[in-house]
Design a protein around this ligand. Sequence first.
Ligand code: HEC
Length: 183
Amino acid sequence: MRTIGKALYIALIGLLWAQSPEEKGKTLFQQRCAACHKVETKLIGPPLARIGERRSQEWFLRFVANSQALIQAGDADAVAIFKEYNQQVMPPFPDLGEAELKALWAYLNSVTPPAQAQPTATAPASRTQPIYPGEQRPMKREDFAFLRATFWGLVGAAVGVALLLAVIIHFVSVRRASSASQE
Ligand code: HEC
């Protein structure tokens, strides 16, 4: 038993460590880039969702590592975006290794467009899933499953209580009837 417990524990820790590149990239993005970038809208810098549609991975790696070096080398795309953003300097990230930059790339390209995200992610259920005011996305699948489980749990409990009551009422009335007939 002990070894099984230990193995489970190790497996759990392994699962926690084995983050996908997208998840790593998301964490990195929030820590290092979110001050100036949003994925879908302009902030200080351009929106970066699906950057792979307009830039190559190689360009991305070089730009993020040191955008000014690329701009000064005369790269046309880098110079153009630099001018478009009023020559604001994006800081270099010399401490981010290739694996981290690739994780950022993977994350940014995994972000689905908001208009398409809804029909593809929840196509059959989207009409039955309410969207509450202030909530932009439809309910998550897990939330829905949780609500369904709660609903059936409550129904089960109600039926159980009703049956119990019926049994009690039955016995009480049987007793009354028998005591009435004894009098
Ligand atoms: C201090 C603000 C700032 C931070 C922090 C920052 N950026 Fe930028 N970024 C900019 C600006 C401003 C631009 C527009 C180009 C320019 O002015 O150099 C830009 C441009 C870019 C571009 C080019 C976009 C395009 O359409 O070609 C990429 C890619 C990019 N940033 C990625 C990142 C990533 C990844 C991080 C985090 C590791 C990051 N940036 C952090 C300000 C920032």
